[in-house]
Design a protein around this ligand. Structure first.
Ligand code: PLP
Length: 426
């Protein structure tokens, strides 16, 4: 074995996300990462505009997180969570209860975002079962994304989630037209009408509404109106439907609030967290719920929540998550996110003038360029790498969600390279 990454072996044997095994697009070998920079094996450094899919909110190779991991390694990397408990899990749960919207008091720790969503769906079904109600379906928003396991997939956008592929196996859910009004447009009551109609008609069968608050991420990077979220919560109460907020992407400050639900001042019944939870150090997720939901489940016929992953409450991951939250809370994160928003606004403005570009938009530390047509992935990826940045578009969308510690010059460079990439005759 040498230190050289065997790209040929990678091509022949290693699956990458949403990728063909017979004709995979090229992958770039990363040797290390520090701060907001990825270092490729050939020594080239790339400014990272992606935070590794929302996760690395503090950047890479973060001293406080490294320390937390090292310290926890000396104690124990893992012990089972059945019948045992430990400080990292208790400390983390206490922090999550403290910083999430008030009323979310019970914490279920799991391995990944998709699993956190599965747990949320199970919680909702078991809750209604305990109430003697036959409510086993979910309603979700078109353009929504909630993960890749089967329960989560069933509530993803049917087209974006390629439901036709799994026809016959995938649970059938209700879908409602996604919110049309943008975050800062004047509110119009008709935006919520489709949801109201659907709930009016089908609420007897619906256990919960699941949505990504404010930001529809993987389904289109759309920012919708806080009033939509506020009224969705009211409709859930009126029709006896639980609200599941999937903050796996938006949690931990990304949108300018600690949690996106705060834009509408609502408290969901169930909340899913993941991605940035450990500062991107390892896979960990959490599903929080209200006392009402937890007590219902616990007094139902099963009496227990039927889930218990092997690596539940993994001490190493929990210890890093505790350190990540402490680091975030001790930092001027809100000011940093606001400043990133300002820098993105400056950098995106000229991009919005380009012929290929339909529009640019931003919220907090998320900047989005929507093109008229899908970009040529292989070509644009090579261009970005050649120009010293790491940006991973999908479809028509080129977007940025930098670590909160990124400085103005690096943000300007990211935007300038996007400008250059898209400033070509069609
Ligand atoms: C990424 C994501 C998930 C899935 O999380 P994984 O850790 O990839 O399983 C679920 N919901 C949202 C909103 C996400 O962005």
């Amino acid at each position: 074995m040498t230190d050289i990454i065997d790209l040929d072996y990678d091509r022949q044997h290693v699956w990458h996300p949403y990728t063909s095994m017979s004709e995979p697009l090229p992958c770039y070998p990363v040797a290390s990462a520090s701060g907001v920079r990825l270092k490729l094996e050939n020594g080239r450094e790339l400014i990272d505009g992606m935070s590794s899919w929302w996760a690395c909110i503090h950047g890479y190779n973060v001293k406080a997180l490294n320390q937390a991991a090292h310290q926890q390694l000396q104690q124990m990397s893992h012990v089972m969570f059945g019948g045992l408990t430990h400080k990292p899990a208790v400390d983390l749960s206490r922090r999550l209860v403290d910083i999430t919207p008030q009323g979310l008091d019970k914490v279920f720790l799991s391995d990944s975002g998709s699993v956190a969503v599965e747990v949320a769906l199970k919680m909702a079904i078991q809750y209604w079962q305990s109430q003697g109600k036959d409510k086993k379906h979910f309603v979700s928003l078109r353009r929504g994304y909630h993960g890749d396991t089967f329960g989560a997939m069933s509530v993803c956008d049917p087209d974006g989630g390629m439901h036709s592929l799994y026809e016959g196996f995938l649970a059938k859910q209700y879908f409602v037209t996604e919110p049309q009004l943008a975050f800062d447009q004047p509110w119009q009551a008709q935006d919520i009408a489709p949801l109201e109609e659907l709930l009016e008609q089908h609420h007897q069968h619906i256990a919960a509404l699941i949505l990504e608050p404010i930001v529809q991420g993987a389904g289109g990077m759309r920012f919708y109106h806080p009033e939509y979220l506020r009224q969705a919560k009211q409709l859930c109460e009126r029709f006896d439907v639980l609200l599941i907020a999937d903050e796996i992407a938006t949690g931990f400050g990304r949108t300018g609030k600690m949690f996106a639900c705060e834009h509408a001042n609502i408290v969901p019944d169930i909340l899913c967290l993941g991605k940035g939870l450990t500062g991107g150090y390892m896979s960990l997720a959490a599903t929080l719920c209200s006392d009402k939901v937890a007590q219902g489940i616990s007094q139902g016929s099963a009496g227990v929540l039927m889930h218990g992953p092997t690596f539940m409450g993994n001490p190493l991951a929990c210890a890093v998550a505790v350190a990540s939250i402490d680091l975030l809370l001790a930092s001027p994160w809100q000011q940093r996110v606001e400043n990133i928003a300002h820098q993105l606004q400056l950098g995106l403005a000229p991009i919005g003038q380009l012929e290929q570009v339909k529009e640019t938009r931003l919220l907090g530390a998320i900047g989005v360029v929507e093109c008229h047509e899908a970009v040529d992935m292989q070509q644009i990826q090579a261009f970005f790498v050649e120009h010293g940045v790491w940006i991973r578009p999908f479809g028509k969308l080129v977007y940025l969600m930098p670590a909160y510690v990124m400085n103005d010059a690096d943000i300007a460079t990211l935007c300038a390279v996007i400008y250059a990439a898209l400033n070509t005759p069609k």
